[in-house]
Design a binder for this molecule. Structure first.
Ligand SMILES: NC(=O)c1ccc[n+]([C@@H]2O[C@H](COP(=O)([O-])OP(=O)(O)OC[C@H]3O[C@@H](n4cnc5c(N)ncnc54)[C@H](O)[C@@H]3O)[C@@H](O)[C@H]2O)c1
Length: 318
């Protein structure tokens, strides 16, 4: 029986992943941990503990006490915040992963580690970026993701740790807010569209990036971790994607449902530079071939569902 520990559980992904893991494995078999309390938690939800993943002994202690068999390591600093605090980003993103892998080696745990399209850079082939290609990112976030992918591979090959991972694109969700990434606009736009029918976007109108709706991302994580290891050639850092759009295209899709919705642009040079250094789209055929990845939500289905779910909890401003 699996006993799972999730780091960074109060974040955008963790909030929904913990619920999905509890539904799949049982409420008492998932220990959610973070530096901060989850916003949506209630006493009946399941175990939550304060855990700082930059502290090796705290991870060791939690894994030992709960007889953990798998760690889903989500705690990290995202791209835009990491560019403001590169030293702290290195410490959290690399230090946290190193500690998790070390504890996994010592206590024979499986590990899930999310990488990102940020692991690529300006010299990577930008369209249909292959699974195995040039990775020379220019951001601290990207540097920690490439180094993290390599460290994960090292622990798999050198010590036999079953570490698996995905290069996630920008994630769109309505449960927990995003944590300071370059693709946050694609979430903010929905809140602003419902409340004010207006959004000022920090990326240029024609900035195309790969994106995914959270239910697909959660399913991808569960499917990869359940996949037959004999079928996995890569194991770690799989390219995956579900849809590809620009701010202009997303705004047009929202306008199908909210006809007087308007978008303006005030470009943030830091986040635009980060977006410009990432691929326009990735080739996820290795994930499709090796463990059956297939997204369910395209732009139209995601937009409809986001507006319905957020519309149920937000009121238009007067
Ligand atoms: N959200 C996306 O669009 C996206 C895309 C690609 C990859 N990823 C990756 O997925 C992972 C999770 O992303 P997210 O969007 O949920 O991030 P998030 O910023 O929403 O959540 C991260 C969580 O980590 C916690 N944390 C920070 N420092 C910590 C520490 N020292 N110890 C323990 N917890 C700490 C924060 O409190 C926060 O709740 C990250 O590795 C991120 O790089 C996310």
């Amino acid at each position: 029986m699996e006993k799972i520990l999730v780091t960074g559980a109060a974040g955008q992904i963790g909030t929904e992943l913990v619920a999905a893991l509890r539904a799949a494995h049982g409420k008492d078999r998932v220990v959610a941990t973070d530096l901060r309390m989850p916003v949506q938690s209630s006493p009946g939800d399941g175990l939550f503990e304060h855990l700082d993943c930059t502290k090796l002994d705290q991870i060791q202690d939690a894994v030992r006490r709960h007889s953990i068999t798998a760690i889903y390591h989500l705690a990290a600093m995202l791209s835009a915040v990491a560019e403001e605090k590169p030293q702290a980003a290195w410490e959290l993103n690399m230090g946290g992963l190193y500690h998790v892998l070390e504890v996994a080696r010592q206590y024979h745990c499986a590990v899930f580690f999310p990488s990102s399209i940020g692991a690529f850079g300006a010299t990577t082939p930008p369209r249909k970026t292959p699974q195995d290609t040039v990775q020379r990112p220019s951001t601290m976030y990207g540097v920690t993701k490439v180094a993290g992918e390599l460290l994960a591979d090292y622990y798999a090959h050198r010590f036999g740790v079953d570490v698996r991972g995905l290069r996630l694109p920008g994630l769109i969700s309505h449960v927990a807010p995003p944590g300071g990434g370059t693709t946050d606009y694609a979430v903010e736009i929905f809140y602003q569209a419902i409340r004010y029918r207006h959004y000022t976007c920090f990326l240029k109108a024609d900035t195309a990036l790969d994106m995914m709706y959270m239910p697909d991302a959660i399913r991808a994580i569960l499917d990869l971790m359940a996949a037959d290891p004999a079928k996995l050639t890569h194991r770690n850092a799989f390219n995956i994607s579900a849809m590809n759009f620009t701010p202009e295209r997303l705004a047009a899709e929202i306008a199908q449902h909210i006809p007087d919705f308007r978008i303006e642009y005030e470009v943030d040079p830091v986040r635009q530079a980060i977006a410009d250094s990432w691929p326009r789209s990735v080739d996820d055929s290795a994930a499709r071939r090796e463990w059956g990845w297939a997204p369910r939500y395209d732009l139209a289905a995601m937009t409809e569902d986001m507006l319905e779910k957020l519309g149920a909890k937000l009121k238009p401003a007067r």
